[in-house]
Write a protein that binds this ligand. Structure first.
Ligand SMILES: CCC[C@H]1O[C@@H](n2cnc3c(N)ncnc32)[C@H](O)[C@@H]1O
Length: 484
């Protein structure tokens, strides 16, 4: 099938569906799409992700959502109920394990078996495909808030069929955001097509009256990604999802650390995503935003980790993000215990509650940062439309090949890999090397000027050593990687 940014026909969709459902035995359990939709229709409104996100946006509140996932079904249910009841999570995940993300369901079977033997999770997440629609429905029926699959799966087609048949009304990911940061040699054409399938499935549920939320993965490599780079990817994935019939879209952004720039990134993301959707004829989408607490290196000291978590929560609230993704005091170690995960949520909710109703007021500085982010984002997206001759999917594939969008520190061989970021003297993330990103001269000059201010302050050359120092800075307890 040729790649293009057009809604799939029924023949195209159902042709692929038959083949997908045969890739693991649990695919049989979701063969009847009508029955799947009937079950999803039975999910009450308070457990519908799209509805809860829209309500939060209208009320101006920021919801808290953790990450969580373990191998065994009963343990996973116990974990989610604990995070809901003791932590106060407004929304729940099921973080899917790495084998599932690579479609290695046979390894999941082994992992589940071994986990049963030793009585603890030997998988780094919940193997949703192996537990099948029955298992995933048990998870949904055991909790009282909406449920989302969070993962990093280039080919999530079978997982998506199963989770939505189980009444999970949100799915994270996208053809770019779950490829470039997660895979080494999967083509962007392949993953855009596979995620068009996932989005078309959501469109079919929507057309049958079941609202389902889609969340492109905002942070990407989570390593000082400039806001306009991650905003551009989020908006491109939102546009491609809308073409397949998705109506509820949560665009995301990973905290960078300078308060004004982070607030500007969320404000720019919300308004520019609305604008691009409207200008491309998608007038009935509901766009919300998600702010990911700091995704880079964390301090091992738990008290300091709580400082990072609180800081991220405050930024999310002041930005007016619709939801915030919670980190835990075990971030520097790895997968958190349920207690540590719970503490991360409580710290987050305490900060959100204290700031409820407060948002950072507009200022000259904030206005400038919003304008810079929007202008940089526009340069990238409009170039994709141009080289795709109006087709965004074709433009995205060509654009990555040309370095029009270039994600720092990405493992994918399809990423251009010439752009390099670094923080300015206030910690805002700027472009140190532009690679082939098609910025205007004034935008390039702005970035250069901001980095030269830092060089002058630190008494050193502007260069890659700043980037290296910035990567380790937060783990060492500061934002800007000052020379030692
Ligand atoms: C892109 C997401 C990275 C974050 O995702 C967390 N994460 C991954 N897997 C699990 C899990 N099974 N339970 C709780 N958190 C998890 C990591 O700690 C990191 O912060």
């Amino acid at each position: 099938m040729e790649l293009n940014n057009k809604k799939w026909t029924d023949d195209e969709f159902y042709g692929v569906r038959k083949q997908i459902l045969n890739t693991w035995e649990t695919g049989k359990g979701v063969a009847d799409l009508e029955k799947n939709i009937e079950y999803a229709k039975s999910v009450p409104d308070h457990k519908n992700f799209a509805k809860k996100m829209e309500k939060a946006k209208n009320e101006g509140i920021t919801l808290a959502q953790p990450r969580a996932g373990v191998a065994l079904l009963d343990k996973h249910i116990e974990l989610l109920r604990y995070l809901q009841d003791d932590g106060g999570a407004d929304l729940l995940p099921s973080t899917i394990d790495a084998y599932t993300r690579l479609n290695r369901y046979d390894e999941c079977e082994v992992g589940i078996e071994e986990s049963r033997k030793v009585g603890r999770s030997l998988l780094n997440g919940f193997p949703g495909v192996n537990h099948g629609v029955e298992g995933c429905r048990r998870v949904l029926e055991a909790v009282n808030v909406p449920l989302e699959a969070r993962h990093g799966t280039p080919d999530a087609r079978l997982l998506t069929e199963i989770i939505h048949a189980a009444g999970w009304t949100s799915n994270e990911g996208g053809g770019i955001s779950y490829n470039i940061p997660y895979a080494k040699s999967v083509s962007i054409e392949r993953t855009i097509k596979d995620w068009q399938y996932c989005d078309r499935l959501v469109g079919i549920y929507e057309e049958a009256g079941v609202s389902i939320n889609r969340e492109p993965f905002g942070p990407l490599t989570g390593t000082i990604v400039p806001p306009s780079t991650s905003n551009a990817v989020a908006i491109v994935e939102a546009l491609m999802a809308a073409e397949q019939g998705v109506k509820s879209i949560t665009v995301g952004y990973g905290q960078c650390g300078n308060l004004i720039q982070d607030v500007a990134a969320i404000r720019a993301l919300q308004s520019q995503c609305d604008e691009y959707l409207r200008n491309n004829g998608y007038n009935d989408c509901v766009v919300t935003t998600v702010f990911h607490q700091w995704m880079g290196g964390f301090p091992a000291d738990e008290a300091k980790a709580f400082g990072v978590i609180s800081n991220g929560s405050a930024t999310a609230a002041l930005a007016g993000a619709t939801k915030v993704i919670v980190k835990t005091p075990h971030e520097a170690i790895g997968i958190p215990t349920k207690e540590a995960n719970c503490e991360g949520i409580k710290t987050t909710k305490m900060t959100l509650n204290l700031l409820q109703g407060q948002q950072l007021p507009m200022s000259e500085q904030l206005k400038t940062e919003i304008a810079i982010i929007k202008a940089e984002t526009k340069c990238m997206i409009d170039k994709l439309f141009e080289i795709g001759k109006g087709d965004l999917a074709i433009g995205a594939v060509k654009g990555f090949d040309m370095g029009v969008i270039d994600i720092p520190f990405a493992p994918s061989k399809y990423n251009f890999g010439k752009m390099m970021p670094a923080r300015d003297n206030n910690g805002a993330v700027r472009y140190l090397k532009f690679g082939n990103i098609p910025f205007t001269k004034e935008l390039k000059d702005y970035n250069v000027k901001k980095l030269e201010e830092r060089g002058k302050f630190e008494g050193r050359e502007v260069g890659f050593q700043m980037t290296v120092d910035d990567i380790f800075a937060v783990g060492k307890g500061r934002l800007v990687g000052r020379p030692e």
